[in-house]
Ligand binder design. Sequence first.
Ligand code: UDP
Ligand code: MG
Length: 339
Amino acid sequence: MRSGLIPERMSEENQAISANVPAVSVVVPVRDEVESLPHLIEAIASTLSDSQISYEIICVDDGSTDGSAEFLKQQAQIRSDLKAVILRRNYGQTAAMSAGFNYAVGKAVVTLDADLQNDPADIPMLLAKLDEGYDLVSGWRQKRQDGAVNRLLPSKIANWLIRRTTSVYIHDYGCSLKAYRSELVADMNLYGELHRFLPALAYIEGARITEMPVRHHARRFGRSKYGISRTFRVLMDLLTILFMKKFLTRPMHVFGLFGLSSMVLGLGIGIYLTFIKLVMGEMIGNRPLLILAVLLLVTGVQLFCFGLLAELLMRTYHESQGRPIYRVREVVENKNNQT
Ligand code: UDP
Ligand code: MG
């Protein structure tokens, strides 16, 4: 069941029911962006009210030290369209987004960066696309305004790798500007740098995914929070995703297979050596093959046991859902006049 994201198209009855449910929650992770914030909030508010889309803005302060948290708290007291979620310390962009998802009540969720690199004016277009029946619309940054060597090149390689390995064919995984149907993000658990793999995770959940060209601007204030080291973390997360995609539910299928093959091979060589020693009466103590046999056996047992442990862990993982990866210090919102 889908209802239009744009209020004009809703029936009166629907409008009454959804009086307190905005069409869209805009989730913004914020770390030290105090100069950008006033422009950002104003831009989101004016775009969405001009397009007559009901909205809420959820700014998640991720351990800022430049007064962003204070600014957000103060704004959330006087604005009815802004919720400020203040995390206790810096947890990283992914965790901040995840916190934002948990406080979002809108029918759709849009994420974007606080640094004005994404253009809020693109939001209505993404929502319209979502309305065509997609679960996730990802932005594709045109004319990216970032450094060539330390940003664009790693990003090109990462995009190519992710595209090849996750079988989600979009161009620009790193773009924060994305729109989701809210059910999709409601129960996703995010760790590490996983937010850029949300399309891949969504794909595992069977979502319909598409992309749209969006604008991209150079940073006007502050500086980027990342350097080249992010590439490594992204690669490690890619491995995790790959594993999750293939073997999340049955780790034993991969570890068990390798473990058993290794054990059988080791056992085979061992039997052969025993035969040589006992029947042929040859010395085997100085043969490299003996070392190989022992190595294969030990590795095999290890892998096998590891697979069993992984199975147990996976069960715990699946059955103990619902634990957030962050702790919220406080949530500021204006309860009196909600839009
Ligand atoms: N960010 C965050 N926590 C962090 C690092 C970044 O919430 O630990 C936010 C940051 O404020 C910005 C977004 O994530 O809104 C993207 O960060 P940045 O612009 O530094 O990344 P880039 O655009 O350079 O990839
Ligand atoms: Mg940026």
